[in-house]
Design a binder for this molecule. Sequence first.
Ligand code: SF4
Length: 377
Amino acid sequence: MQQAGIYIHIPFCRARCSYCDFATGTYQAPLAERYVHALVAEINSAQLCTLADADTIYFGGGTPSLLTPAQLETILRAVHARFRVAPDAEVTMEMNPGTVTPETLRAYRSLGVNRASFGLQTFDDEQLRRLGRTHTADDARRTLANLRAADFTNISFDLIAGLPGQTIEQWAHNMDEALALRPEHLSLYLLEVHEGTPLADQITRGMWPRPDADTAAEMYRLLLERIAQADYEHYEISNFCLRGHESRHNLKYWTGAPYFGFGCSAHSFDGARARWANERDTARYVELIETNRSAIVETIELDEREASAESLFLGLRLMRGVNLAQHRTRFNTDIHAQYADELARFDDAGLIQLDDNWLRLTPAGVLLSNEVFAAFV
Ligand code: SF4
């Protein structure tokens, strides 16, 4: 069994971005304090993962960097009491520019946070305003300098492409500026417009053009070029890193390792067949925990076929692909026989590369990955 990853969801933000549909709301100090206590209670009472070995901890959100160092310490103590955490564990915190000071960064670092995932999104102030982000490009540059000064040597940037009205030139400028800062890791998101968000409403009312899929694909292609020139490794469809800086936590999601999530909307997987998910609403989650009830609202037991399919389409997100011998041993199935028609079709179209041991996407397949994944669902 691979070592587990621990995910902690922090559902608070300074303000809600116009495109966001994550489980998060505006920060309220009293609710945040109750939430931290609820998290600790949930971790303390977790039945399915007591004393599992873990080598990654990931604070996601929301904006985890709104936690005070004392709150972070309280949560980390609970995690260390419940899991055997490896001494060299990767401990990531998602941060938004402008929510941290040099002092809080030093405090987080001294508590063991050794990786910062930094929601930069774009260096264009006009676009940042349009997205409802509460920071400017200068805030991002300053936060990065503060992270380096606080001894963060593993920093990831999130960038969003395909913003409404964003031109290829603007995107190229963004990429150049991001790469010049040499983050150890980069994650790319293509803007998705979710119904019910203010951005969807603004687009419907004609305030901004609808993001264009062809332009977004062109931006992705351009990023692949620049990334290669800058010596970054493209290790997952949307993730890039300097050598040796893959996200160890996120690799767990793509390789079928166990992970245990705590907090509202957190998901867990036992590394075999069982998945479960927590209540999404923050106040309801707190209420469930405070009244000694379980926060789990959904459990799924995958059958053999579903588990095999899931392992295939998650594994195909990695550029190295899926090791077929390991897949055969794990699921007792031969995908050459099981998906003969689909594999032949994708092979003919140049979307996959298949040999006796590995199945992986080709560069053309990466651009049409959703089409390939759909065949395995
Ligand atoms: S900071 Fe992130 S999680 Fe918070 S509202 Fe904006 S997009 Fe959503």
